[in-house]
Design a protein around this ligand. Structure first.
Ligand code: MGD
Ligand code: MGD
Ligand code: SF4
Ligand code: MO
Length: 780
């Protein structure tokens, strides 16, 4: 392990949990040590030294940061104590913002492939080539010949929220793939089916609940997901302090599990069975109490019938959880004055991910906790559509089209990433010939990276919008680098709608855009123009078009705040430093709080919009206008769950894990974050290690259907028997990659063990957790 240069981050210290302020309590200080290159300003700091606010884009917690800036360099980072939501919280990742921002491996010009080599090029050359190559492919082979992959950081940038929908509209391709089918697509599908909208995802009311049942999430390392809560750890501790209880279901004894009143070390992949049994017990013991939901929900009795087979005794062996414990969990859930059930990665990226996600919400409904304070509620963000009277909607359709090669149904307009390689490789009409990849690294994040590597290499043309030349972008013909994060304005379109408190914040670019760089909004707008035959037009044309179309609709909508207005006049009133900002201003004005961007800018630490409030039935868009508790596609998938009752468990399965100082595949190049316990090791229980003939520090060979990887063994009781754990995002040893720090400690790609054949059928989400593996000592 190379020591972090500059050395102020001792790996152990930085790995220790940060001691966060109590939520809503006194503002805390940044407890994380400053990262290398991000030290506090020295007393002799020049007159050039100033501070600027920046919302952290590195995880879903969206903490407000105060950056110290000398000239154009970020030299210090602390939590913004006045931030209305994060109260000064910061973690080691946020503390390394300066180092990340200044990473010398970051690309500073576009790259264009000439004679087989990627070379530095001007923006004009880059976009000229895109226009020259993509248009003919579309004209000759039709829209589906160009695929689009959208990676995770799109939810962490303004550009990623505002332009990919326009890009997709311009391409009209059905070959849309995103990180969602490696992640939360089960939540979209279950929300779509239950509430009629794929974006209707209830969020646990962390700060007010009396009981949290948390499955397959480790917020002490991840800082939370689909539950935006700066200082999630502190909020969990506060729950305990106010007398609430926490149950954690996880095959590993995680740092989150150690905080819990009850830790259930479930057999991986069986959460849907456990949850079905909890539902079963609620009915069997007369513990259902939907309260006001009873009249808003249809199908409660059908759910009772559908879960009749899943008694605690029936699921106990499969889950490896004692029936009495299951009964106790159900009773605790029912008895709590308020409670929230919350499931994340470990309950989503599994064989029954959609059923598990559905059952999470079913439990919240049956206990009366959906849509009530202390339960699980739907946030109302400042850029959401303004509320309107409840009315039946169009409902949520699945499988409106299917993938070409293996006929996998679309979900939310997307095809499963697990079939991306075969769609690029398999000859014939409709093959993906070109790929545009925005902020994604599927070679490491998706099943079978070696196959994706080959498939990407065989494309006619590829564009990556990415700051790094990495495992995926090295295949591109054109790489378009966004600027370092300090040079971008920030607004959380996605996470404000998933936050435990309604609030809104905007931070302008902290540092002016460097000579030669382009704002990512402009990059994506130019990309839209280049693929839609408008190459060379002013990028603001894209924003003007969106504004025009949106306002036309809004003035015709009787529920809109601008109903009957003049679109041209409203557009002329919009303010902002860019087309993207004018779009944000428009969304705020059309939104439920009637805000403006100028008003928001006047509140640099944000505006608190209050605790979550009930939103049913207004939010419903189902055909019935009610919550449809047993949707048809779910009912049709239940026999598969019943079959799982009798299945013989594999003797060894693999699960992933996250480390506080990491983020999927792309922070391993920041020296301060690549050390300590953030290591690509295989966790093995001592009993399994004995059985398999493995000692601590030995190299193990892990094999599954997609291939084999060799990883160092770490023997630990933190993982249950029959389960090994290997983190994802590693494997930085491919040629042509420019990640000098990461390459020095590459790790192995856990997703090489998978071949993409295992998915949750309803959502198309890849099974990344709980798949069978063989482990042996690696041959010397
Ligand atoms: N085995 C296993 N695999 C997993 C997971 C798991 O738990 N286990 N988790 C899955 C999950 S939850 C997710 S979300 C996916 C993530 O899958 P991906 O989104 O494919 O992977 P990331 O590693 O997040 O890659 C992000 C890419 O965006 C680039 N990037 C960073 N910042 C910016 C920016 O501001 N603009 C642009 N344009 N690019 C930027 C990075 O350099 C990197 O190339 O991985 C999934 N893969
Ligand atoms: N530090 C850090 N933070 C991150 C990320 C990161 O890579 N590093 N990634 C970000 C992203 S993209 C996301 S989506 C979020 C994810 O945030 P979380 O959902 O909190 O993800 P994990 O920390 O991977 O926790 C998943 C847990 O599920 C457990 N698990 C595995 N299989 C099963 C199972 O079958 N059943 C149950 N009950 N548990 C199981 C694992 O042991 C693990 O502890 O984190 C985000 N934040
Ligand atoms: S918790 Fe997340 S948002 Fe907050 S500082 Fe850390 S990485 Fe940034
Ligand atoms: Mo994710």
């Amino acid at each position: 392990m190379p020591p972090p240069p500059g050395g102020p981050v001792s790996s152990t210290a930085a790995d220790a949990p940060t001691t966060p302020p109590a939520p809503g309590g006194a503002p805390g200080t940044a407890k994380a040590p400053p990262a290398a290159g991000a030290a506090a300003p020295s007393p002799e700091a020049g007159p050039d030294t100033r501070t600027a606010l920046r919302i952290c884009p590195l995880c879903e917690a969206t903490c407000g940061l105060t950056l110290t800036i000398e000239g154009t360099r970020v030299t210090g980072v602390r939590g913004d104590r006045d931030d209305v939501f994060s109260d000064g919280f910061i973690c080691p990742k946020g503390a390394s913002f300066g180092e990340l921002d200044a990473d010398p491996d970051r690309l500073r010009t576009p790259l264009v492939r000439r004679d087989g080599e990627l070379r530095e090029a001007s923006w004009e050359e880059a976009f000229d080539l895109i226009a020259a190559r993509v248009r003919p492919l579309l004209e000759e082979h039709g829209p589906h010949a160009v695929g689009l992959f959208l990676g995770n950081p799109n939810v962490h940038t303004m550009a990623g929220a505002l332009y990919p929908p326009v890009l997709l509209g311009a391409l009209r391709t059905r070959n849309l793939f995103t990180a969602s089918t490696l992640d939360q697509m089960p939540k979209h599908v279950s929300g779509g089916l239950l509430y009629g909208s794929a974006l209707a995802i209830p969020v646990p009311d962390l700060d007010r609940t009396d009981h949290l049942l948390l499955l397959g999430a480790n917020p002490l390392e991840s800082n939370g997901s689909l539950c935006t809560a700066p200082d999630f750890p502190g909020r969990l501790k506060a729950l305990r302090r106010r007398g609430g209880t926490l149950t954690v279901v996880d095959p590993r004894r995680t740092r989150t599990a150690r905080l819990a009143d009850r830790h259930v070390a479930i057999r991986p992949g069986t959460d849907a069975l456990l949850l079905a049994a909890l539902v079963n017990v609620l009915f069997a013991e007369g513990l259902t109490a939907p309260g006001r939901l009873a009249e808003l929900v249809e199908g409660i009795a059908d759910v009772e019938t559908a879960t009749a087979a899943f008694t605690p005794e029936a699921v106990g062996a499969a889950c490896d959880v004692a029936p009495d414990d299951i009964r106790a969990m159900a009773r605790e859930l029912a008895a709590a004055p308020t409670a929230a059930v919350y499931g994340r990665i470990g309950s989503c990226t599994v064989e029954h991910g959609t059923l598990a996600s559905w059952l999470v919400d079913v439990l919240n409904v049956l206990t009366g906790n959906l849509d009530r304070p202390g339960g699980a509620l739907f946030p109302l963000s400042a850029t959401d559509r303004a509320p309107r009277p409840a009315a039946p909607g169009k409902g949520f359709a699945l499988g409106r089209w299917a993938s070409r090669v293996s006929a996998r149904p679309e979900a939310k307009g997307e095809l499963p990433v697990a079939v991306l390689a075969e769609e690029m490789e398999t000859p014939g009409e409709g093959r993906i010939r070109a790929l545009i990849c925005v902020a994604g690294n599927p070679v490491l994040s998706a099943p079978d990276g070696d196959r994706l590597d080959r498939a990407l290499a065989g494309l006619d043309f590829m564009v990556s919008v990415d700051p790094y030349l990495n495992e995926t972008s090295r295949h591109a013909d054109v790489v378009l680098p966004p600027p370092p994060p300090a040079q971008s304005a920030h607004f959380d379109f996605a996470f404000n709608a998933l936050a435990v408190r309604n609030q809104v914040r905007f931070t302008p670019a902290a540092v002016p855009l460097e000579e030669g760089l382009r704002d990512e909004c402009e990059i994506l707008a130019r990309l839209v123009l280049a693929v839609s035959g408008m190459h060379g037009a002013d990028p603001s044309a894209v924003d003007d078009m969106v504004i025009g179309q949106t306002l036309e609709k809004a003035v015709a909508d009787p529920h809109s705040t601008v109903h009957g207005g003049d679109p041209a006049k409203i557009a002329a009133d919009l303010t902002g430093d860019s087309g993207a900002e004018r779009r944000l201003d428009m969304m705020l004005r059309l939104g439920p709080y009637g805000l403006t961007l100028a008003g928001l800018k006047a509140q640099p630490h944000g505006i608190d919009l209050g605790p979550l409030r009930p939103r049913l039935p207004e939010i419903l868009r189902t055909r019935s206008g009610r919550v449809e508790l047993l949707p048809g596609p779910v009912a049709a998938d239940l026999p598969r769950l019943r079959e799982a009752l009798g299945a013989r468990p594999a003797s060894l399965v693999l699960v992933g894990r996250r480390h506080l100082r990491s983020n999927n595949s792309w922070l391993h190049n920041v020296p301060a974050l690549n050390g300590g316990s953030n290591r690509c090791t295989l966790h093995v229980h001592p009993d399994d290690a004995d059985r398999l003939g493995l000692g601590d520090g030995d190299t193990a060979r892990v094999t599954a259907e997609g291939g084999s990887v060799d990883a160092p063994v770490e023997i630990t009781e933190d993982v249950r028997r029959g389960v090994v754990s290997l983190p994802h995002g590693w494997g930085h040893d491919r040629s042509g990659v420019r990640l000098s720090t990461a390459a020095a400690r590459p790790g192995v790609n856990v997703n090489q063990l998978l071949d993409g054949s295992r998915t949750d059928p309803l959502s198309g989400t890849a099974v990344l957790n709980g798949f069978p593996v063989e482990v042996t000592p690696a041959p010397r």
